[in-house]
Design a protein around this ligand. Sequence first.
Ligand code: ZN
Length: 389
Amino acid sequence: MKIIRQAKIYAPEFLGKKDVLVAGGKIQKIQDNIVLEGNVDIDEIEAQDMIMFPGFIDSHVHITGGGGEGSFSSRTPEIMLSDITSAGVTTVIGTLGTDGTTRTMTNLLAKARGLEEEGITTFVNTGSYQIPVKTITGSITDDIILIEKIIGVGEIAISDHRSSQPSFEDIAKLIADARLGGMLSGKAGTVNFHLGDSKRMLDILFEVAEKTEIPLKHIVPTHTNRNPYLFEDAIKYAKMGGYIDFTTSTVPQFIEEGEVECWKALKRVFEEGIDMQNITFSSDAQGSLPRFDQNGTMIGIDVGKVSSLYEAVISCIKNGEISIEKAIMTITSNPARIYKLKGKGFIKEGMDADIVLVDEDTLKIKSVLANGRLMVSNEEILIKGTFEK
Ligand code: ZN
């Protein structure tokens, strides 16, 4: 049992200064002052000058590594537990990427289970960039219904030179399969779409919205801030009620070339009057950040980081002057609702005890609890992954 005293709670809505009682991996009680009767064995965490957030959700992480666009030596490494927890993230959705040949669904599932054994919560998407989707059971719908960790499909590449050039029919069928799997298993049944730099942008998704009866809630386009024209198209799509995801991992060259920084993107969303609950951030961590020349030849490569997720939120608060509630929603309550992650994304009685404590002035991450277990305490990593030194 633990009691966290007097943090300013953003649940994500502001609840004021309260005490939070954690037991059995859940948030048991939230009150102004919790008084304990008798002799109870309990850890007290003083959080007077701290802000409390729900544990962060990173909905797009290449947990087994990704990349490979510059041949085998450019395959990125697997993620380690503390890369995730030190960034305040307590729930990840793992995904394959460009490479669906040497990266497999069984490997992704094993890695997700490994991270869960080490203490965080994990889910995965089935498939990679390519169509037809390489599933575990042979069917998208069956994967979602039968395999507990699989909650959707992705990332499927569209409008990108690395995609398998799917047709409208391919895409409509794929979303329909995900929807059916989601309906029959009580999961979200979402399709995460990787958007590239092609001028076709979100065309195929607008076509799905126009020509089919599939609800938009099954579609999550990502990397929609990667260039100015795609961003404008994404704003148009969001105005129709669609979800959009912004990628937080970046390098200075991308920003120089026109990538829309997350804080600028979120500010624009707010100014346009778009429903802020439909916006998520994800890190694309362990994904490669390849740089190509005009002929599509790779000229350099970097790796995305989970730490970029909350850094982008801090930027929204500091540079974008967006309220803490609205900024933090993008990595807590919004992904929890969109991906139907039970027990996640809120500081509320009965929810999982995934908690991040940050310094009130600097917003720096101090302590992190995942399922009630203290993973990071006062910036010190207490729980390390099996092979971390
Ligand atoms: Zn991608």
